[in-house]
Design a binder for this molecule. Structure first.
Ligand code: ADP
Length: 186
């Protein structure tokens, strides 16, 4: 099963993704984690990505698409995977569709978390990651609304979109996700 997880910064995608991959036993492909890992390792790619990440901007498609294509070649992705933080633009979504259709393994589902923006801001400030400073957070929200939000419509048009209310505890949110999966399995 191939699933995309959409949602604004701070919506809890990371937390819910971790629960979901455990239940479905598929690998978790987080472009944010991959980019942060590249930075820790001090690779050129990591350093290049950091210039964008530290400003709340998107890393160029060529970088992110390369990471994803390489990762999809690993044998553990054969049975499926969860994309977290990718795609983030319509161009990335189109590229992903192409890569997956070449492999004969299209997307099955797009989970889209919805959370009130003031709540998101509070959650991010508390988390305190390096790119969770107020001015960077504002920029990431702007980037999200302008570039990622259009993907809701993109996937709704393709009958893949499953919206989820992201308010409440992680447990409450995960129950809603499980309900969607159960309904699909019926
Ligand atoms: P969040 O969802 O909280 O913004 P992520 O870990 O998903 O956190 O992303 C952190 C940063 O990494 C983004 O602000 C962006 O700069 C970069 N990034 C992650 N995924 C992508 C992507 N698919 N395309 C471009 N940039 C990305």
């Amino acid at each position: 099963m191939r699933i995309v997880f959409l949602g604004p910064p701070g919506a809890g995608k990371g937390t819910q993704s971790a629960l979901l991959v455990q239940r479905l036993r598929i690998p978790h492909l987080s472009t944010g984690d991959m980019l942060r890992q590249a930075l820790i390792e001090g690779t050129d790619l990591g350093k290049r990505a950091d210039q964008f990440m530290s400003r709340g901007e998107l890393v160029p498609d060529s970088v992110v698409l390369g990471l994803i294509a390489d990762r999809l070649d690993a044998p553990d992705c054969e049975t499926g995977c969860l994309f977290d933080g990718f795609p983030r633009t319509v161009q990335q979504a189109e590229a992903l569709d192409q890569v997956l259709s070449k492999r004969g393994t299209p997307l099955d589902l797009v989970l889209a978390l919805d959370v009130d923006e003031t709540e998101l801001y509070d959650r991010l400030i508390q988390r305190g990651r390096l790119d969770d400073r107020p001015e960077v957070i504002q920029e990431r929200f702007k980037t999200y609304v302008a570039q990622t939000r259009p993907l809701f419509e993109y996937y709704a048009d393709r009958k893949l979109l499953a919206p989820i209310d992201g308010a409440g505890t992680p447990d409450e949110v995960f129950k809603r996700i499980e309900a969607i999966l159960d309904r699909r399995a019926e």
